[in-house]
Structure formats: structure tokens, C-alpha cells
Design a protein around this ligand. Structure first.
Ligand code: NAD
Length: 294
């Protein structure tokens, strides 16, 4: 593995300007982390509310650093100024690497990736922060699939060190090397993994969520399960983690996993995740999920 890693590293192109599509939980976090570590970034969404939320989150995290004496107000302003919010693709010809972080829906991602491919240069690297959707599937309608790979951050982006860099069948070494280098520049620990639904981490995590919703269906109290898993030594239990992830993302990602591994992860009858989703309880993003957040 090490030998191969060295071969890719030589292929890396510079990332002087990045862009993120979607200013939600993940997109906002990517913009903050990139700007904080010195790579200016354009943050695009389709609505002004999304942009406002992404910027609010970045400001909150920066203000915390200032409060703790880890940054002065001048530096905070510089970091914020290096996040350029937008609703259009105006400056995308200057972008070296794009992170797509819109909703976990293959059709929406397919449309967004094709759209951005037309807005960037031929050598710009495109990546997707998809949690579960196969990179080869997303590359299917791209003109330059060699420039495309997965760049899967974890939530919350500023705290979680791991980034999965996912190599599709047509992904070039340059795309992998550039994405690995950018992840490192953001202070993250990238691992390169092969393509499949859920990659590495979510192939482990989603069967765990499946076990949790099964327990709840059998009558377990979700708060009890959370407390037990914390005593087991995990930083949080599955219900709280689903609130952090977002019920919509959890539901859609679970469906992609069940479609991807039909022999192992069957679509089951209505789960606690479905019930939360149908009742508009999305988790921390709208202040109510398994728990309430005011
Ligand atoms: P989110 O719902 O918080 O944000 C999605 C954002 O995308 C919204 O602001 C929405 O307005 C915007 N959007 C929708 N269509 C768009 C378009 N055409 N162009 C630009 N913006 C558009 O979702 P999220 O939780 O940030 O998830 C985003 C992606 O990251 C998903 O693929 C998800 O699977 C993945 N992911 C999520 C987590 C998590 O824990 N939430 C972790 C890792 C990866």
C-alpha cells in the first residue's frame, strides 16, 4: 500500500481554490475547515437560507476559537472572507477541486455533477461527499470520469479526522493524489478505499443502525440503548448519532445500502428512522429527532 501511495503523491495538482456544492451540515463544515486551514473556498447552494445556515455555523465555530484565545478577531475575519457564498457558478473556472455535498439522492447528485462539470475547467477535480452511493454510478454520465472520485468526510467535519477517498474504476491517479493532498492540507487523515455502496465506514455503521432499529421494533427504549452503548465505551449511542447525521440522510443512505447489498441488508418494514422522517423529526438540523434540541 505504501509503495502505491508514493506513486500517486507525485501526481497531485495544486488546490489553490476549492468549491463546495451544498451549504448544509456537511458543506458548511467543509467550507469552514478548508478556509481555516488556508484554502479559500466557494460555497454554493440553491437557496439563500442554506447559505445563511452554512455561514452561521462557520461564524459560530470561529467565534468559539476567538473566545478560547486560539485566534484573534482579525484572523477570524480573514477566514470568513475566504469563504465565498454564491447561488451560481460564476467563478467556477478558477476552481481546482469541487466537493459535492448536496442531498443523498443519486438523481440529484447526477444532475448536480453534470452541471458543475460544464462550469469548471477540463482539469478540475470533482469529488462527492456521498455517504453510500457508488462512485462508478455517479461517474456514469460524466464526460471526464477520470477527474472524479469520492471525498467522504464525517460529521462534524471540523472534529472528525478521517476522510475516505474513493477510487472509481475510471478515477485517475491525479484525482486521487490531488484529493489526498487537499484532505491533508485540511488537517485530515485520508484513506484510499475502493468503490462499493457505503465504502468502508458505512458498511460497518449501517448494519449497526439496522441492529438498533430492530431492537426498538422489539420494544427496547432508545434512550436505554444509547446509555448502554455509552457505558460500552462509545462516545454516543445510535439514536443520538442518528440525530447528528440527520434522519433524511440516514433514511436515504440506508436505502442505498439495502439496494447495494440485497442479500445482507434487506429493506425492512417501517423502522424508527422512517417514523421520525415521516414526522418531520430530522434530528439536530431541525431541533427534533429522537431527542429535542432547543
Ligand atoms: P443537508 O440536508 O444538511 O444539506 C444539503 C444542502 O444541499 C442543502 O443546503 C440544500 O439546499 C443543498 N442543495 C440541494 N440541492 C442542491 C443543488 N442542486 N446545488 C447546490 N446545493 C444544493 O445534508 P448533509 O447532511 O450536509 O449531507 C450532504 C451530503 O453529505 C449527503 O450526500 C450525505 O450523505 C453526505 N454526508 C452526510 C453526513 C451526515 O452525518 N449528515 C456525513 C457524511 C456525509
Amino acid at each position: 500500500l505504501k509503495k502505491k501511495a508514493k506513486a500517486w503523491e507525485k501526481e497531485a495538482s495544486d488546490v489553490n481554490l476549492a468549491a463546495v456544492l451544498g451549504a448544509g451540515i456537511m458543506g458548511g463544515g467543509v467550507a469552514y475547515q478548508s478556509a481555516l486551514k488556508g484554502t479559500p473556498i466557494i460555497m454554493k447552494d440553491i437557496n439563500q437560507d442554506g447559505i445563511a445556515l452554512g455561514l452561521k455555523e462557520a461564524k459560530k465555530l470561529l467565534a468559539k476559537r476567538v473566545d478560547k484565545g486560539r485566534m484573534d478577531a482579525g484572523k477570524m475575519a480573514d477566514v470568513l472572507n475566504s469563504i465565498t457564498p454564491t447561488l451560481n457558478y460564476g467563478d467556477f473556472k478558477n476552481v481546482d477541486l469541487v466537493v459535492e455535498a448536496v442531498v443523498e439522492n443519486p438523481k440529484v447528485k447526477d444532475a448536480v455533477l453534470r452541471e458543475v462539470e460544464d462550469a469548471v475547467r477540463d482539469d478540475t477535480i470533482l469529488t462527492s461527499n456521498t455517504s453510500t452511493i457508488s462512485i462508478d454510478l455517479l461517474a456514469k454520465n460524466l464526460k471526464r470520469p477520470e477527474n472524479f472520485c469520492g471525498m467522504h468526510f464525517f460529521n462534524p467535519v471540523h472534529m472528525m479526522p478521517l476522510v475516505e477517498v474513493i477510487r472509481g474504476k475510471k478515477t485517475s491517479d491525479r484525482a486521487i493524489a490531488t484529493t489526498v493532498a487537499y484532505a491533508k492540507a485540511m488537517g485530515k487523515t485520508p484513506i484510499v478505499v475502493n468503490d462499493c455502496p457505503g465504502f468502508l465506514v458505512n458498511r460497518v455503521l449501517f448494519p449497526y443502525f439496522g441492529g438498533f432499529v430492530g431492537l426498538v421494533r422489539d420494544g427496547a427504549d432508545f434512550q436505554h440503548v444509547d446509555k448502554v452503548m455509552e457505558k460500552f465505551g462509545w462516545p454516543m449511542g445510535p439514536a443520538y448519532l442518528l440525530d447528528v447525521v440527520g434522519m433524511d440522510t440516514g433514511k436515504h443512505a440506508g436505502e442505498v445500502m439495502a439496494d447495494g447489498f440485497p442479500d445482507r441488508m434487506k429493506h425492512s418494514e417501517t423502522t424508527a428512522i422512517d417514523v421520525m422522517f415521516e414526522n418531520n423529526r430530522y434530528g439536530q438540523k431541525n431541533d427534533k429527532g429522537f431527542y429535542k434540541y432547543e
